[in-house]
Write a new protein. Structure first.
Length: 525
């Protein structure tokens, strides 16, 4: 279906892809992994002919369709259902011909045969299934796109390519705009997909569930591994160990040869041999194994004082905006070492609940009581999106906590991977992951007792997610977490609060049991 041979691509002389080879056949489910900035999205653009490669050859079967989510967010008065149907241009053209040639019965049979072959008459029901799986009920499916948020319209864009069922799907972080419930539906859809896809994702559980093969893009090279993500990790770890052993042998050999050169190089009888060994030393190729990225670090300071077990409680609380009540008559408490996952479909009030717990949204009714020494660090997307990019990390932190001395600021920034000149670099020049780390650094500067994290893994690649999990595991305060990353939830949360139907209830089980309850349709909340 698709073959890439020795593809090269550079930007301003800097290589992004070097001698990349890729072959995709029928019904291949491939996970494409690699650090942010490694070239994964660039590879997609080259496959789609949106970028011209510098060298190599691409072969595509003309009869096969390759589709990816469009960059433009769908909008307008058209409904999600009609938008999906409009993407099937072959069906649209045939239906148009059916109307235009209604007076030519000899052509109608041929047109009907073509419509049947592309399943044109069940298109509306297929569109409804996809949209329902992505969280649009029957009413929403007929509502104009302009009435939806950007996140929901991105879901429609994803739904459009799923509906088309191309021979090769190119999916770039498709779960970014999905909640846990909708991610589960997408996982089932992709597992059952009868054609091929290449999936870019940093969600290891999602990759484990849907990918049969892994392609790893690192140092401008693409390497194939058979099996899901866990099998890739096993093989990759062994490979790195072998590289270390190989390098150790090469270093021993190099030292032995250098010792000979140093010992006999000055002797006329040995000079020729010494020169020969010098040439051999120059040809020794080392393959350095990967080392942990020193920039993928999150060092959360532990709370300076240990609080009593009950740090926050709320009773018969109603919260919302203006005249709209989002959550009603909710009661509960947060303990000093809780690890709480807030789950529920998007739009049900998870972020609203988080804002209330953080003290940013005052209740309409009921009471909220907090420990007198409670400090809260609240990670939210608008902090990330509203960063003043003209400032440096140092200046940003100094503005947040002006009473801190220079060395304290520098030391704290160093714990989040900012050292040397990076401390005074413009935020505008930082990557998405670096900006996210900067926000984490700011909200933990005063050692909070409670961290409330609303989608903290956005903009973080897999290595950075692992670093964040590791830091949270050793953090001495309470954590409240909203995320669609199931692996993240499984490794951090020890209790689950479900936000649904205008209320908040505790789920009696773990994240896996919650997902199974969703899939089985058993809703006990």
């Amino acid at each position: 279906m698709l073959t890439l041979e020795n593809i090269n691509f550079s930007v301003n002389g800097k290589p992004i892809l070097d001698q990349v080879n890729l072959q995709v056949g029928n019904r291949q489910h491939i996970g494409l992994v690699g650090r942010n900035g490694s070239g994964k999205s660039t590879l997609f653009k080259i496959i789609l002919a949106e970028l011209e490669h510098d060298g190599g050859k691409i072969q595509r079967e003309k009869t096969k369709t390759i589709v990816s989510v469009k960059q433009e967010m769908p909008s307008g008065d058209i409904s999600p259902r009609d938008f999906l149907l409009s993407q099937d241009t072959v069906r649209g053209n045939l239906l148009k011909q059916l109307e235009e040639k209604s007076d030519q019965p000899e052509l109608l049979a041929e047109i009907y045969d073509q419509l049947i072959s592309i399943k044109a008459f069940d298109a509306e029901s297929r569109a409804a299934v996809v949209l329902n799986g992505l969280g649009f009920d029957e009413k929403a499916q007929g509502t104009p796109l302009n009435n939806f948020s950007g996140g929901l319209r991105m879901r429609v864009a994803l739904g459009a390519i799923l509906f088309q069922e191309p021979d090769l799907l190119l999916l770039d972080e498709p779960t970014n705009h999905l909640d846990l419930e909708t991610s589960g539906w997408l996982k089932d859809f992709l597992r059952a997909y009868s054609k091929s896809f290449i999936l870019i994702s940093h969600d290891r559980d999602f990759l484990n569930d849907v990918a049969d093969d892994i392609m790893h893009l690192k140092n401008n090279k693409l390497t194939y591994y058979s099996g899901n993500f866990d099998k890739f990790i096993d093989a990759y770890t062994i490979k790195q160990k072998n590289l270390e052993e190989y390098n150790a042998k090469m270093e021993t050999k190099r030292k032995h040869m250098m010792a000979f050169v140093e010992r006999f190089g000055a002797k006329a009888t040995k000079a020729k041999q010494a020169q020969s060994r010098l040439k051999a030393i120059a040809k020794i190729k080392f393959m350095p194994p990967d080392k942990d990225d020193p920039t993928a670090c999150f060092n959360f300071p532990n709370p300076r004082s240990k609080l009593s077990s009950n740090i926050l409680s709320y009773d018969k609380v109603s919260i919302g905006y203006g005249n709209v009540t989002v959550l009603k008559n909710i009661s509960g408490l947060v303990m000093a070492e809780d690890r709480i996952a807030i789950v529920g479909a998007n739009g049900n009030g998870k972020t609203t609940f988080a804002k209330f717990l953080a003290g940013e949204l005052k209740q309409k009714k009921g009471t909220r009581e907090v420990h007198g020494k409670l400090k809260v660090g609240f990670y939210k997307q608008d902090l990330f999106e509203k960063l003043d990019v003209t400032k440096s990390p140092y200046d940003f932190l100094k503005d947040m906590v002006p009473d801190q001395i220079d060395q304290q600021l520098r030391t704290h920034l160093g714990g989040f991977g900012f050292s040397g000149n990076k401390v005074f670099q413009s935020i505008e020049d930082l990557s998405g992951g670096e900006r996210a780390r900067l926000v984490f650094a700011a909200l933990t500067m005063e050692a909070p007792n409670l961290l409330i994290l609303d989608e903290p893994t956005n903009h973080l690649d897999m290595e950075m997610r692992e670093a964040l999990i590791s830091s949270l595991a050793s953090y001495g305060g309470a954590v409240i977490l909203i995320t669609h990353d199931r692996n993240f939830l499984n490794r951090i949360a020890n209790s689950i609060f479900i936000v649904a139907n205008g209320s908040v209830t505790q789920f009696n089980g773990d994240v896996d049991q919650y997902e199974k309850a969703i899939q089985s349709g058993r809703r006990s909340w």
